[in-house]
Design a protein around this ligand. Structure first.
Ligand code: BTN
Length: 254
């Protein structure tokens, strides 16, 4: 009897010069054509790049990496979807670690160099029943932009740090090899390892810093992060405060 080799489809890397938003384009594409996991749409320029909570993501034409990747997690309960943020942020951090020191992850999934933001992500998850069926991971990494003129509070690019231009294609390939490794770990059920790495990589992981919530400013240290992604802060009275994304902000010096 003849055995058929199982066919594993190769991920596609689709390059476009200009689009409104790679997240939106990838979603439209997937509505028309199935793409294998790790497929990417990368754009030289987004005319309406989307940030978190309806903000605009600004990125100078041709200078930075702006792309979206599709993952199909297997049997991942929706209440554990924060692990996708963790693996995406870890993959960007480890990609950038090869170029500079000082990279960390600011909860939930910004990537920072010192006190400045070098990467933002917009993750859009689609559910099937109680599980995650598909994840569209949109990532903007500031690479070769020399000056930021928009109103983002604290942007920085890799060029501003290392004073060298980097090849965007190379950085994308490096990111893809990290996310593939982390996704394999996720499929193997290694949630604890992923969480431990994420905690180790956290911005302001130790010591007390000022934070701001609906009640005002307070000083606290990070106590933990729940599998749901909620941030636990311990204030100076010892009280543990629990926050969802955007219920608390870090006070950053200018
Ligand atoms: C943020 O920090 O506010 C998230 C920014 C996410 C930007 C990326 S760029 C590629 C992808 N396409 C989008 O429209 N947004 C994400």
């Amino acid at each position: 009897m003849q055995m058929l080799d199982s066919v594993v489809e190769k991920p596609r890397i689709i390059h476009v010069e200009e689009t409104l938003s790679t997240n939106s384009l990838l979603r439209e594409w997937l509505n028309k054509e199935a793409l294998p996991t790790y497929s990417v749409i990368v754009a030289d320029f987004q005319t309406a790049g989307r940030g978190q909570l309806g903000n605009v993501w600004e990125s100078e034409k041709g200078k930075n990496l702006t792309f979206s990747l599709v993952l199909y997690p297997e049997a991942l309960p929706a209440k554990q979807q924060f692990v996708i943020s963790q693996i995406a942020a870890l993959s960007v951090k480890e990609t950038l670690d090869a170029y500079t020191e000082g990279i960390s992850i600011k909860w939930p999934n910004d990537v920072y160099w010192q006190d400045k933001k070098i990467c933002g992500m917009l993750i859009e998850n689609d559910l099937s029943g109680h599980d995650l069926f598909r994840s569209i991971i949109g990532i903007g990494i500031n690479l070769n932009q020399m000056v930021f003129r928009g109103d983002a509070p604290n942007p920085v690019s890799l060029w501003q740090i290392i004073k060298q231009k980097v090849d965007k294609e190379v950085v994308l390939r490096q990111f893809l090899s990290h996310i593939e490794a982390y996704n394999q770990a996720l499929l193997a059920g290694e949630m604890a390892l992923i969480h431990a790495r994420y905690m180790e990589a956290l911005y302001r992981r130790e010591r007390y810093y000022p934070y701001l919530d609906a009640q005002g400013k307070f000083s606290a240290q990070i106590y933990g992060i729940e599998p749901t992604g909620h941030l636990l802060l311990q204030d100076t009275d010892g009280t543990i405060r629990r926050y969802a994304f955007k219920e608390v902000s870090y006070c950053l010096s200018k």
